[in-house]
Design a protein around this ligand. Structure first.
Ligand SMILES: Nc1nc2c(ncn2[C@@H]2O[C@H](COP(=O)(O)OP(=O)(O)OP(=O)(O)O)[C@@H](O)[C@H]2O)c(=O)[nH]1
Length: 266
């Protein structure tokens, strides 16, 4: 662990530009990705979402006294990873979510972790992942033990937490901030790395069998040398929708939630 955590960092005073961190939330449909994202952004639990809506939200955070411009991509894959390039080359860290009340979602989270491990191997770029067992409040319907979560996280060398989107905000916030810390650690190792996204989807002939072997045929990996890559549009270039949330304003430092693309919840 870096010695700077928990202390103001050199050059990280109020005037310095915030650290930019992109976080992608992955997991099977219904695991609670949107609920956790919204809880983190607004402190609220909202029970119904459009399951097909995939959005990227932006929030100003302070983590260990350091300002962080955090973008959170709440993905909407169906049951397995699909068109993964949109987040694989964009994110600085991943939250892989399953519901402790769903064995299927736990199995899916394992597929996501395998996907991330394969991608790290292919690109020689390690991106931290955190495994989250969500719906802790549903313990009476538990299908996945905590020990299984710990074991799966241990297999992939990632942090593990059990959380609930409808219980305390602080625990959810802690998990998101841990993801920022993990991302920051990697960024400090390779500060010149910038997030990239793939402008066209194209499977590499020599890579398809690798993903197919792991049951991830719908998800192709692309490496820097073979496809055209663009830098993610900056927030200034992207179409912005700013939604004011009175609750968010009153309780959080950031006066508004600045959202990329649409947001139907608030
Ligand atoms: N009891 C309980 N219900 C939750 C929790 N998190 C999410 N839910 C519920 O589980 C259902 C699915 O939650 P979503 O946040 O839509 O799940 P998702 O992973 O985003 O699913 P998609 O949007 O379909 O990809 C909703 O009915 C939520 O209200 C939780 O921590 N506890």
């Amino acid at each position: 662990m870096s010695s700077v955590f928990g202390k103001p960092r050199a050059g990280s005073g109020p005037q310095s530009a915030p650290l930019e961190v992109n976080l992608a939330i992955l997991g099977r449909r219904g695991a609670g990705k949107s609920a956790l994202t919204v809880k983190f952004l607004t402190k609220r639990f909202i029970s119904e979402y459009d399951p097909n809506l995939e959005d990227t939200y932006s929030s100003e955070e302070t983590v260990d006294h350091q300002p962080v411009h955090l973008r959170v991509m709440d993905t909407a894959d169906l049951d397995t990873p699909r068109n993964c390039e949109r987040y694989l080359n964009w994110a600085h860290a991943f939250l892989v979510v399953y519901g402790i009340d769903s064995r299927q979602s736990f199995d899916s989270s394992s597929s996501y972790l395998e996907l991330l491990a394969l991608h790290a191997k292919e690109t020689q770029r390690s991106v931290p992942a955190l495994l989250l067992g969500n719906k802790l409040d549903m313990a009476q319907y538990r299908q996945v033990t905590k020990a299984e979560g710990v074991a799966l996280a241990g297999r992939f060398g990632c942090l593990f937490f059990e959380v609930s989107a409808c219980l305390d905000f602080e625990h959810v916030q802690h998990v998101f901030h841990e993801a920022v810390r993990e991302a920051r650690r990697e960024l400090e190792k390779s500060p010149l790395t910038r997030p990239l996204f793939i402008s066209e989807e194209r499977a590499l002939p020599h890579q398809a069998p690798l993903t197919a072997r792991h049951g991830l045929a719908s998800c192709t990996f692309n490496t820097l040398s073979t496809v055209s890559l663009k830098e993610m549009p900056t927030v200034a270039q992207a179409k912005l929708v700013t939604v004011k949330s009175s609750r968010a304003q009153s309780k959080r430092k950031a006066p508004t939630l600045t959202l990329l693309k649409g947001f139907k919840i608030f």
